[in-house]
Each structure stands twice: as C-alpha cells, then as structure tokens.
Design a protein around this ligand. Structure first.
Ligand SMILES: Nc1ccn([C@@H]2O[C@H](COP(=O)(O)O)[C@@H](O)[C@H]2O)c(=O)n1
Length: 590
C-alpha cells in the first residue's frame, strides 16, 4: 500500500472457493492504481495486487488448477495518477503493465478523447500483445487513416495446468460517444460477422467473454445467445463492467457472469469446477457435468489479500510488487498529488445522503460552488440557469485534506461551461425537467438521458434505504472496534453488502450497510434572478458534455438552437474552477 494509505481494519471474512478454472477480475479502475488512501477497505495498491496475483498463481500451480487474470476496461480517467500528468497517463501505462493480465479489453473511457485512444493503441495494446482483445472495436491509424482492428478479434489458448481450450472475446457496449479515431461496431452486428461465427465454432472447453458491458445489458445477452446456439453444453463465462456495481448472474445453468465494481475497490474472483474438458464430457456420454460456479467480491485491502493468500505482512510482498508500489509512490510525488487546496469541513456524499441535502455533494455544487465559479464578468448580472450533469462528479469528498488528487477523483473530465445567451425563459426553464424526467421522450429522439448520470444509475433505479441505522458503529457515541474500550461487538466497517442474482454472500468481508440515494441526471443553479417575477430571457449555461441533450431539450421546449449558438461561458475546466473555489473558501490547514 502507499505510505499514507489508511490501515485495513479486520472484518469477518468469507473464503474463496477454488475450482479447476479460476479468475481474478478488475474493471473500471479509472486510474485508482494507488488504491484508496482515505478508505481502509480499499487501500491496497497495484503493487499489492501484483504480489497477490503471483501468490495465487503459485497456489493454482501447486494444486494443478488454472488461474487467469482479466481486466474489462475504463482503466483511465478518474484519479490524479492518470489525469494529473501532461500528457495524461505519463506514469500510469508503465505501472499498469506490471500486472500479468491474460485477457484485457477496452472501455469507453479509453475512447472519449482521440489522444487517449491513440495512447491505448500505442502502449496498452502492445504491452498486452496477444492478450488484448477488441471484438467490436476498430482504430483509425493516424498516418494513413486506415481502419484496423484495435487488437485481435478473439483469442484461443490452452490453460497451463488443466490444458483447457479457451476461446475468449472482448467487447465494448454499443458506445457512441467515442472520438473519431475509433469505430465501435454495435454488438448485434459483430455477432453476425463471419469471423465471429467461425470463432464460436472452434473447439473450446470453455468460452470466456470479457467486456466493458454490464452483466444485465442486452449486449452480453446477445453474445450469450449466439454462442449458446452453437455450443449447447459448453460453459460460457462472462466478465463485465461499466456500471460500477458488484453484480453476478447466470444466463443458464452452464453460464455465469460477474462484474467487479469500480475504482479498484474490488478484485473479482470467479471459479468454475466440474467436468470442463470436452473429451471427458464425451467419454461420459455428454451427461451431467456437475458444473459449479462461484463468485466473490474481494475488498482491495491488505488484510483481505493476506487472508486469501494465507500469508502475512512479512511473507506477502514480492520484490516485483514492492517495486510497483515504489513506482506509484514516486509518480504520486512527482505529480505532487498530496498538495492540499483546502480542508473539507465535512464529508460530502454522491449517493450516501439525500439530494438535496446538507451532506450532498450536488447540493454543495448547486448552492455554493457553481454560484461562485459560473460567472462571466461581462454577463454576471444577466439571469442564468446553470445545469451540471451528475455523472460529471465521480466520487465523494471526505472530511479533511482536499488535494490535487481529490480534484481529479471528484471531477476528472476536461468539462468546461458553455452557454446560449438570451434564451426565452419559458423554454429555458423546461430544460431541466426534460433532462431529468422525460427519459422516454428524449430516448425516442435517440438521446438517452441515463448517459448524463452516474453509471450506477444504470443498475440501481430506486433508492436503497435501510430501516436500521446505517451503521451501529459510526457517528457520535459509536461503538468501537472489537477489543477497544472493552466493547465486545464486532466492529463492522461500512462497505458493500451486495445482493445479486446469485445471493447475498458474494462480498468477502462482512460490512455494515450503506444507504444509496438515487440522484437526478442533472442539477441546476438559478443565478442573478430578479427578486420578484420571472426574467424574460436567461443565459443557459451547461457542462459541455451535455451540449447535445440541452439542444434537444430546448427544441422540445419550443426554442430551436444549433451548435453555432453555443459558446464558452467561462475560461478553465470545471475541475480547475472547483479547485480554485476550494482554495478560496475552505481553510488551508486541517
Ligand atoms: N467528459 C465526460 C465523460 C463522461 N461523463 C460521465 O461519465 C459517464 C460514463 O461513466 P463510465 O465510467 O460509466 O463510463 C457518462 O455517462 C457521463 O455521465 C461526463 O460527465 N463527462
């Protein structure tokens, strides 16, 4: 773990179940390869994961079973370790490549900005040559403009110990927000391609489909249906992501799918046991194969990693792992990620507390930050509506030092504020309602409102509020960890208490529960409004990411505008503006 990372706190643990074929899975790590310095549950770093994987591979070898490592994309954008350098990712690519990943694919965040896609093609694809799979993604070569597959379309290989024939694919959901140097083919079209139809007819003991796709999304169901039509008996395993939740399901009794959360909080574990070899199945007359699938969501902290590897603080860290941890620490230092802009007076939550509310990060933005930073000196007295999409904010703010790292953790994107001047108020005031409540109307116009919100909203549609107190162990007068101050209750740290289609025993550590309040797609600040009555016109200011949605909503409201009517409202990215606001408004020292 990194030098200043929070110490892990022991928790009651559920063990891993091994099979003949086992997997470790990461997804949506978004640059959090230094781990979560402020959260004890997720404070291990990429170097610790390197050590862990080395021990687990050895265990697999010792027992004659196989272990494969999978990563399903969105490795970039969301943390200073990636975002704070110029060019972005100056340190990240070399750190990431130290993990020996067997099957890897692309997420949408590798593709939003052309230069990010270029670097993915230039670094990560060759770093994982033969292991990087791009079943439905092409890249446009910068020199010639030639369109080529981002990487090989599929991978066929034999596992080391069991000799299982694996055919693996790597998909991205039907993403349309990519820069113009990549082409994403809709999955339903890819599965009709000749190469795919040939690949699913290859002899395989097991199909492994990885993808930057939620396990409940249609894209995976379509791939599953296509494979299953040709391969009635073969196990099909899915590793997904994108939705930022822990999730697992089975499409039938011989398939299994899991998604392993977000931000390197989770290392997913999947195992499959039973008769996996086709030859053995044929010998047995193709009957009952006794297939057994298991999943476990491992909290990424050293206590858990020691537990699952059967090691301790003196025996766990390999030289390779330690070196990676040191490289991360050096990069963080060079990027000055611990530089403090100000001291957050309390916690501000994305979904753990209701919006609007005093503890909501969105209320902080709407009522305090945006009114101060969304100011164009020449138009400051003109009434304006400022609309921000909630998906632009990516993480909570914890009480204490708000650092350079925190700026990218909270707001990693290069979002700027744009505006349309003098929009009739009767139309402008309807925009927020259309963005938040008219999903069907907007979707019919091919503008899916969900894309403005946090990804978790794709999976969680209703607030999850527990009727018991959030944690009996937190807050004023809280109970203390076991053994402290004579209390005998086990200390449960707040964390994931996942319920998926398989059950509620997936998490490796037992936690106390956290509420999840659904937030709207967008929030709005009303600024410089007259004290009485309504303005005739307003400046409509908005984050550039939602530009197409705003134009569409205005059209539905009876005011037609085009791209030409939109211009920059204020200099600087929202990230910079927010960091400046914190410097001015929060105490310098904690
Ligand atoms: N420039 C951007 C890019 C993305 N977003 C938000 O992020 C969501 C996608 O997040 P994933 O990690 O699931 O890929 C997207 O739907 C937007 O809400 C943004 O605000 N600005």
């Amino acid at each position: 773990a990194q030098p200043r990372a929070a110490e892990p706190i022991p928790a009651p643990m559920r063990d891993l179940v091994w099979g003949k074929l086992n997997f470790l899975h990461t997804t949506d790590t978004h640059g959090w390869h230094a781990g979560h310095l402020q959260e004890s549950q997720y404070s291990a770093d990429w170097g610790d994961y390197v050590s862990f994987a080395e021990h687990m591979r050895k265990k697999a070898d010792d027992n004659g079973v196989d272990l494969l490592l999978v990563d399903t994309g969105d490795r970039v954008e969301g943390n200073g370790l990636y975002d704070a350098s110029s060019p972005k990712g100056k340190y990240y690519y070399d750190i990431y490549r130290e993990q020996d990943v067997d099957i890897i694919c692309t997420g949408n965040h590798e593709l939003y900005i052309a230069s990010t896609a270029d670097r993915e093609h230039e670094y990560t694809v060759p770093n994982f040559k033969g292991k990087y799979i791009a079943s439905n993604l092409d890249y446009i070569l910068p020199g010639t403009g030639e369109r080529v597959p981002m990487a090989q379309r599929y991978r066929k290989f034999k596992t080391k110990n069991q000799g299982l024939e694996v055919v693996a694919f790597g998909f991205l959901f039907d993403f349309t927000g990519n820069a113009n140097n990549t082409v994403v083919q809709p999955v339903r079209e890819t599965i009709r391609e000749k190469w795919f139809q040939r690949a699913i007819r290859e002899t395989a003991d097991v199909f492994v489909v990885i993808g930057h796709v939620g396990v409940q999304m249609q894209e995976f169901k379509d791939v599953f249906a296509a494979i299953r039509r040709q391969n009635w008996h073969t196990p099909v395993l899915f590793f997904g992501g994108h939705v930022h939740v822990r999730d697992a399901t089975a499409y039938d009794s011989r398939s299994f799918a899991m998604a392993s959360g977000r931000y390197f909080e989770t290392i997913g574990w999947m195992s499959v046991d039973g008769v996996l070899k086709r030859s053995e199945e044929e010998e047995g007359g193709g009957g009952e194969r006794g297939l057994a699938f298991h999943r476990r969501y491992i909290d990424n902290n050293l206590f858990g990693l020691y537990h699952h590897s059967g090691l301790n603080s003196t025996t766990f860290h390999t030289e390779h792992g330690r070196n990676v941890t040191s490289s991360i620490a050096r990069a963080r230092k060079e990027l000055d990620l611990d530089y403090t802009f100000g001291c957050a007076p309390k916690n501000y939550w994305m979904t753990r507390s209701p919006y609007p509310g005093p503890d909501s990060i969105y209320t902080l933005l709407e009522e305090e930050v945006i009114p101060d930073v969304a100011v164009n000196p020449e138009r400051k007295d003109i009434p304006r509506l400022v609309i921000a999409n909630t998906g632009a904010i990516r993480f909570d703010i914890f009480k204490g030092a708000f650092t350079r790292d925190s700026t990218y953790i909270t707001s990693p994107f290069l979002s700027v504020l744009r505006y349309i001047p003098d929009v009739p108020y009767f139309a402008a005031k309807k925009v927020i309602k259309l963005l938040n409540n008219a999903g069907k109307i907007m979707a019919d116009a091919h503008m899916d409102n969900e894309f403005m919100a946090i990804p978790e909203k794709l999976a969680i549609k209703e607030s999850i509020i527990y009727d018991t107190p959030v944690s009996p162990f937190s807050g004023e007068g809280a109970q203390k960890p076991m053994g402290q101050n004579g209390h005998k209750e086990p200390y449960l740290v707040e964390g994931y208490t996942t319920r998926d289609d398989i059950g509620d025993d997936g998490d490796d550590a037992v936690h106390s529960r956290i509420n999840f309040y659904v937030v709207p797609n967008c929030i709005q600040s009303e600024l410089s409004f007259p004290e009485e009555g309504e303005p005739e016109t307003v400046d409509l200011v908005f984050f550039d990411f939602i530009h197409p949605w705003v134009l569409m909503a205005l059209k539905f409201s009876g005011a037609v505008y085009t791209d030409k009517d939109v211009s920059l409202y204020v200099e600087g990215t929202f990230t910079e503006l927010m960091a400046g606001w914190i410097k001015e408004n929060w105490p310098a020292k904690c």
